[in-house]
Design a protein around this ligand. Structure first.
Ligand code: NAD
Ligand code: ZN
Ligand code: ZN
Length: 322
């Protein structure tokens, strides 16, 4: 049976989301239809509206931090049943490809990133609105009251889990926490600097704190973020606009030779370079988490790396999300 429900549809770049009645087709083989109970809003959803996320086809239903209840399952689905609570994961896990079998990797070759056409794996959509096909986003599309997703992008969770909280595991929390724990591998007693204190950056702060960092420097141009950052473990909060000199010089002076680990959770070339230059010139590790506009380029002084720094990125905090 087709379900009619509400969804927030992005019809074109640069236009606000519009609330529409959509039709959601039943799940095909290997797919699951889910009633979305809670969804977060990640900055990446805004990148879609601005047209700065690569390979998005419009019209599209964004949203990729959701949790809900299985409504129905397609043929062959065995890992979840109607009525069970699940988190939708924005990076699937088929469990069979070479990336899934590699314990070091959290990528999957059978993902929407390998074939970025914003349709389900059979290259069709389950959404229509006003007679038009609507695209999926990362297969997840949580800004709809119902959505259809491949079984291997669905994680079954405990029946007691509070869906309004665990939905953040679908992207923001896993990304930030994993950036500290998996990508940087923050060591006890180390120093860290986090650029950007949104949902992702604050989750990096939590990861650094859990890993036992002794100094956690939280950086944002919005000082209203500082109270929450301190509550979660930040020891120092800096607003780059309060300083005449570049923020990387401030961080380097505060710590002697720069932090052991730095993180960029904003998505701007300038702050990516500032984060890189803020870590120790020889042993520092800088993790790029923020998503830069598609097509943008960074140019850096090669000495920043030649002296020994490590610069790396992370997708979803390196977590095998499912
Ligand atoms: P957000 O918009 O909630 O937070 C960004 C923060 O950066 C804000 O607090 C803002 O005030 C601050 N900021 C903006 N410009 C700044 C500047 N010049 N200097 C210092 N601070 C500045 O975003 P979010 O949801 O936390 O996501 C952060 C970034 O991570 C986004 O680019 C998002 O697309 C990306 N992201 C990446 C992954 C991944 O897998 N790598 C996953 C999720 C999100
Ligand atoms: Zn996200
Ligand atoms: Zn796989």
């Amino acid at each position: 049976q087709v379900i009619r429900c509400r969804a927030a549809v992005a019809w074109a770049t640069g236009k606000p989301l519009s609330l529409e009645e959509v039709e959601v087709a039943p799940p095909k083989a290997g797919e699951v239809r889910i009633k979305i109970v809670a969804t977060g809003i990640c900055r990446t959803d805004d990148h879609i509206l601005e047209g700065s996320f690569p390979d998005v086809d419009f019209p599209v239903i964004p949203g990729h931090e959701g949790a809900g209840i299985v409504e129905s399952v397609g043929e062959g689905v065995t890992s979840v049943k109607p009525g069970e609570k699940v988190i939708l994961v924005s990076l699937p896990h088929c469990g069979e490809c070479s990336f899934c079998l590699n314990p070091e990797s959290n990528y999957c070759l059978k993902s929407h990133l390998s074939e970025p056409q914003n349709l389900l794996p059979d290259k069709t959509s389950r959404f229509t609105c006003k007679g038009k096909q609507i695209h999926h986003f990362l297969w997840v599309s949580t800004f709809s009251e119902y959505t259809v997703i491949p079984e291997y992008a669905v994680a079954k969770i405990d029946a007691a889990a509070p869906l309004d909280k665990v939905c953040l595991l679908g992207c923001g929390f896993s990304t930030g926490y994993g950036a500290a724990i998996n990508a940087a591998k923050v060591k006890p007693g180390s120093t860290c600097a986090i650029f950007g204190l949104g949902g992702v950056g604050l989750s990096v702060v939590i990861g650094c704190k859990v890993a036992g960092a002794s100094r956690i420097i939280a950086i944002d141009i919005n000082k209203d973020k500082f109270a929450k950052a301190k509550e979660l473990g930040a020891t120092d909060c800096l607003n780059p606009r309060d300083f005449k000199k570049p923020i990387q010089e401030v961080v380097t002076e505060m710590t002697g030779h720069g932090v052991d680990y730095s993180f960029e959770a904003i998505g701007l070339a300038d702050t990516m370079i500032a984060a890189l230059a803020s870590c120790n010139m020889n042993t520092g590790v800088c993790v790029m988490v923020g998503l830069a506009d598609s097509g943008s380029l960074i140019s850096i002084d090669p000495m920043l790396l030649l002296s020994g720094r490590t610069w790396k990125g992370t997708l979803l905090g390196g977590m095998k999300l499912r």
